[in-house]
Write a protein that binds this ligand. Structure first.
Ligand SMILES: Cc1cc2nc3c(=O)[nH]c(=O)nc-3n(C[C@H](O)[C@H](O)[C@H](O)COP(=O)(O)OP(=O)(O)OC[C@H]3O[C@@H](n4cnc5c(N)ncnc54)[C@H](O)[C@@H]3O)c2cc1C
Ligand code: FES
Length: 386
């Protein structure tokens, strides 16, 4: 039987591995993993667990709040989507929870298309939606989630509560109704396990709750009410927000107005709200015309250098060009949201269309999202390894 202490030690080792003791960033790469379990969470959501073989344990070490990309071929086309890891680190398995997005390709397929024994490509974990608290003892962490946005917050809450006996976690979780609540039983179990340290407040937009504050959409007024009566900003050390862009923006504004410093608030978006499936960056290669000007893109990936020419007229992204010479260049959402395609701009200049993933300090340090960056200088040098 695994003792609590042994489990803590395993978690600590995995966390240390995920942080990368030498300060370098682990390279995101796909491995094919076995689906070891599928659990239905709601009519529209499943939890999928993958077995991680011992030789890949270090590759799949992760920090609570991080995500993986899954890759499948649907109707003959490669489809990649990001999913947050919903359980804290354990050796031998990782789990994600996938909620069906009406009309969505991958999430609809995943509801019935993934079964125990299936094998699927899973990228090693990435992401910076993680805690920056140096000390958990005595800390109070709060999460505001909507719908599938609970997934990374589930891992964060379990880790915060499990790794200290004096930490607290308060969760505000918005859904249409109780039938839509993912992890309903798990949340109730956590409440039973940590009655004084875990508080969960369900907010339903289409189901009446006893408290009027918890019934209705999380609009500005309701968010401000919650911050005045349910989770008081003065008592919170770190905030995690995960849900649609509009909700995350509302919460960030309300927290800023309540005097919460920006760097105490971490947020993760699953989509930008732009309708439609993300365009694949693997478009048909642009055909250079004779003597036409090109950008030269030099890249470093896995210690190897490569160079590719990109016709100026094509206005390609760095990622699209890079994939011609390095098909293993990392990416997932292609929409500026997940951060998987991050690289450092070592020389030259680019314009970045969208950025919902990089923190200001990463931008200042020269990082770019290659899926959103188009060269503006003749030569551009990017390094995926730093
Ligand atoms: C970092 C990160 C973590 C994430 N974690 C999770 C998680 O833990 N759990 C989770 O469930 N999701 C998560 N997501 C979201 C997930 O990656 C997918 O975006 C989501 O599952 C939808 O993918 P899909 O292929 O089903 O939908 P898509 O096919 O990409 O479609 C998206 C939406 O666009 C609409 N649409 C599609 N085509 C058209 C069209 N032609 N015209 C108009 N509308 C159209 C669809 O109806 C759908 O609503 C995460 C995303 C990111 C970036
Ligand atoms: S691939 Fe997701 S941000 Fe670039």
């Amino acid at each position: 039987m695994t003792t609590a202490r042994a489990t803590d030690e395993v978690a600590e080792t995995l966390l240390a591995n995920a942080r990368g003791g030498d300060g370098t960033r682990r390279r995101a790469r796909f491995h094919t993993l076995d689906v070891s379990g599928v659990r239905r969470l709601t009519d529209d959501a499943v939890e999928v667990t993958f077995a991680v073989p011992p030789e890949l344990d270090d590759e799949y070490a992760f920090l609570p709040g991080q995500h993986v990309a899954l890759r499948a071929h649907l109707d003959g086309e490669e489809v990649r989507r990001s999913y947050s890891l919903c359980r804290p680190p354990t050796r031998g398995s990782i789990s994600v929870a996938i909620k069906r997005d009406a009309g969505g390709r991958f999430s609809t397929w995943a509801q019935t298309g993934l079964r125990p024994g299936d094998r699927i490509d899973v990228m090693s974990p990435q992401g910076s939606f993680t805690s920056s608290l140096a000390e958990l003892d005595g800390s109070h962490v709060a999460g505001i989630a909507a719908g599938s946005g609970i997934t990374p917050i589930m891992a964060l809450a379990t880790a915060v509560l499990g790794r200290s006996t004096t930490s607290r976690f308060t969760l505000v979780y918005a859904n249409r109704s109780s039938a839509d609540v993912m992890f309903l039983d798990d949340l109730a179990d956590q409440k039973d396990r940590y009655p004084t340290r875990f508080a969960v407040h369900h907010v339903f937009s289409r189901e009446e709750r006893a408290a009027p504050l918890l019934s209705g959409r999380l609009d500005d007024e309701r968010i401000r009410g919650l911050l005045s009566h349910v989770v008081l900003p003065d008592t919170v050390d770190e905030w995690f927000l995960c849900g649609p862009l509009e909700l995350v923006d509302r919460c960030r504004t309300a927290l800023a107005d309540a005097g919460v410093p920006r760097d105490h608030v971490r947020f993760e978006l699953f989509t930008t709200g732009v309708e439609g499936s993300p365009a694949s960056p693997v478009a048909r290669p642009p055909r250079p015309r004779a003597d036409e000007p090109v950008h030269r893109i030099d890249l470093r990936l896995d210690g190897l250098s490569a160079s590719v020419a990109s016709p100026v007229h094509a206005r390609e992204t760095v990622l699209a060009a890079a994939l011609r010479v390095r098909p293993d260049a990392p990416y997932s959402c292609s929409g500026g949201v997940c951060g998987t395609c991050r690289a450092r701009l070592v020389d030259g200049a680019v314009t970045m269309d969208e950025n919902y993933a990089l923190e200001p300090d990463e931008i200042a340090a020269g990082y770019i999202l290659t899926c959103q960056s188009r060269p503006t200088t003749e030569r551009v040098v990017v390094d995926y390894d730093v």
